[in-house]
Design a protein around this ligand. Structure first.
Ligand SMILES: CC(C)(COP(=O)(O)OP(=O)(O)OC[C@H]1O[C@@H](n2cnc3c(N)ncnc32)[C@H](O)[C@@H]1OP(=O)(O)O)[C@@H](O)C(=O)NCCC(=O)NCCS
Length: 276
């Protein structure tokens, strides 16, 4: 580790940094769009570091969901600045803030991220698989899907997470381009991302009904889709792969500290690693 880099000041970012944050997402080929960055910057605490030319080179965000639980995400370091301890310092700052506020923190880690978080004291919980489906513009019209009910969707989310993040779910559902859809046995959100439409969370009575809803969604929308499936739902995961989805990367959900929260049955797919 080089001394001069340790001295880069740790800054607290605000909504004016949304475009610079998006550039970091673009550099890592992540799917967040500017609306996601605005949400983190407006509702969370986002730490960052700039190089000598004032370019944003590293970030980490703490997003409180309740008075007890928070998510950490957007841990991004520009390629040329990696392996100099920047991510460790930024996540440490998030943990300090969380501890001051009495928050238990959770995150969904890429393999590189997990190598940073493990030594800081994060412990693994469930595993996720990110899958992608490429589609041209030839997708035909799917069956008409009924709009889902936001209140019911929030209830499913609270049951699955073990805590209430209705502000996030309401904001994601309310964005232009978002669709909350349901059948008799399944409900899912699909929303815009930087490179692909993101499907999730997905709640369903069975893997078959979850797969049927996902199939209807992609049949009715052209372009690429992403989904972050819970790995324990093996039948769902297998069904996605049989339908042409390919695994892009694993994510490991991790938690720092003890929690009284008791998550219920996990959803078939989560909202996304940046939100959990
Ligand atoms: C993951 C990432 C944030 C790490 O940032 P960083 O500033 O390089 O991390 P640090 O320098 O603090 O790393 C601390 C330790 O974590 C481990 N580590 C970090 N990156 C690693 C990698 N790619 N592979 C294996 N171990 C790694 C090492 O033990 C490292 O210590 P060392 O350099 O002394 O060996 C950065 O590689 C990145 O932005 N990657 C792309 C986006 C991403 O995956 N973000 C994490 C999302 S959960």
């Amino acid at each position: 580790m080089v001394a001069i880099e340790k001295e880069l000041p740790l800054l607290q970012l605000d909504v004016r940094d949304a475009a610079a944050g998006l550039e970091l997402s673009r550099g890592a080929k992540w799917n967040q769009n500017e609306a996601d960055w605005r949400f983190f910057l407006a509702k969370g605490t986002v730490y960052g570091m700039r190089d000598s030319a004032s370019e944003l080179i590293a970030t980490a965000a703490l997003l409180p969901y309740t008075k007890r639980e928070a998510w950490i995400s957007m841990v991004l370091v520009t390629e040329s600045w990696r392996r100099r301890g920047l991510a460790t310092r930024l996540v440490d700052a998030c943990l300090d803030s969380a501890m001051r506020l009495g928050l238990t923190t959770w995150l969904d880690a890429t393999p590189a991220g997990a190598a940073v978080y493990g030594p800081l004291g994060f412990a693994p919980t469930i595993q996720l698989r990110r899958l992608r489906l490429e589609r041209g513009t030839s997708a035909g019209p799917g069956n008409e899907l009924a709009p889902g009910k936001l209140g019911d969707f929030i209830t499913c989310d609270i049951d699955a997470m073990g805590f209430d993040r209705r502000d996030l779910i309401s904001e994601l559902c309310g964005r232009p381009g978002s669709r909350l859809l349901s059948t008799n046995e399944a409900t899912a959100l699909v929303r815009d991302g930087r490179t692909a439409r993101q499907i999730g969370p997905v709640f369903a009575a069975s893997p078959e009904s979850a797969l049927a809803l996902v199939a209807e969604i992609v049949a009715g929308e052209p372009g690429a889709h992403l989904i972050d499936a819970v790995a324990d739902h093996a039948t769902f995961l297998d069904g996605l792969m049989r339908a042409g989805w390919t695994i892009e990367r694993p994510f490991q959900r991790m938690r720092f500290g003890r929690t009284a929260v008791q998550p219920g049955e996990p959803p078939f797919a989560v909202a996304g690693p940046e939100f959990g």
